[in-house]
Write a protein that binds this ligand. Structure first.
Ligand code: GZL
Length: 307
């Protein structure tokens, strides 16, 4: 935007375009790449001036970025908090500077809900429940114990906490389901492979892997094949996201079921940002629409998948 005279709110007046400071988690997964693309493309088509920062999955980098956006007197700040806790101080600084904040993708656990205008993103507990519901259905006729290992997302992140809770709540219905091991793979392929290799050594007869995202599931597939087992057959795999590589593995029968988590939040984010800057009321929570995929459904969906 072309800077003009500063106004009494201290914000630089410009040609009516709004400036958004966006702090992104990092570039850890296929989901994140698709989310970044959605935000950047939507800003362009919405005529929003975007200042974009990649935090390499470090909270201190996100806090620095938010402080810098406050210094630059952006019109609105949006971010996906890498973890749930530790945001109140910096969000109060944005509030004192009269810069509205929008949460997108992940949530914060701040008790003070006035620190942000709205939270746009998926219901991660629901995603965990959907994963559990498929497993309960899949094993409804078997009496034997079902040994599950779990690759959790980034420690302390809302998706990791909530996907774990939703899944555990549903499978608690039947004691045959046992989570034999559960550890973070930090949402990355590399870590997912490494932790799955350890699970294969430490946990005898694994029946099911529940991975909190496709990328960790894809890394685990490499470990499972490396151990001479057949993914999708010897070990059933449930993942979350439904990015292209995950959907291909599902179509190939290496993954058994995927719960979708849509990264395409850009258009809604820009719409909410314009309303917030204009001082209009917005809902405090906007939940992403998303579905689930079996192998058959993945084969149908793949050709037109956007990400
Ligand atoms: C979920 C998002 C998660 C994805 C992972 O909304 O925060 O982070 O499920 C990504 O793939 O790393």
């Amino acid at each position: 935007s072309t800077p003009g005279a500063s106004t009494d709110t201290g914000k630089v007046a410009d040609d009516g375009k709004i400036t958004m400071g966006f702090s992104q988690v990092g570039a850890e997964s296929g989901w994140r790449t698709a989310n970044t693309k959605s935000v950047q493309e939507s800003a362009k088509s919405a005529g929003v001036e975007l200042k974009f920062s990649d935090a390499q999955q470090k909270q201190e980098n996100q806090i620095k970025a938010i402080r810098s956006f406050v210094q630059q007197k952006v019109d609105v700040i949006a971010f996906s908090p890498v973890v749930e806790s530790g945001w109140d101080t910096v969000l109060k600084e944005a509030q004192n500077a009269k810069i509205p904040v929008i949460l997108t993708d992940r949530a914060v656990d701040s008790a003070d809900k006035t620190l942000y205008k709205t939270f746009l993103g998926s219901d991660f507990v629901e995603e965990g429940k959907k994963a559990g519901q498929w497993l309960v259905e899949e094993y409804k006729d078997s009496k034997d114990p079902v040994n599950i290992v779990e690759l959790q997302g980034t420690t302390g992140s809302a998706p990791a906490n909530d996907r774990k809770a939703g899944f555990a709540e549903v499978i608690a219905a039947d004691p045959k389901f046992k989570i034999a091991a559960s550890q973070t793979g930090d949402f990355t392929r590399a870590k997912g492979k490494e932790v799955m290799e350890a699970f294969l050594k430490s946990t005898p007869d694994i029946d099911v892997l529940y991975a909190h995202n496709d990328d960790m599931g894809l890394g685990a597939i490499e470990a499972i094949e490396g151990a001479g087992k057949v993914p999708g057959k010897d070990i059933k795999i449930i993942t979350v996201d439904a990015v292209k590589d995950g959907m291909q593995a599902l179509a190939d029968g290496k993954i058994s079921y995927i719960v979708e988590c849509s990264p395409l939040l850009g258009p809604q984010l820009m719409d909410l940002a314009k309303k917030v800057v204009a001082g209009e009321q917005v809902p405090e929570r906007v939940v992403t629409e998303e579905t689930t995929f079996t192998q058959e459904q993945a084969k149908q969906a793949l050709p037109t998948r956007q990400y």
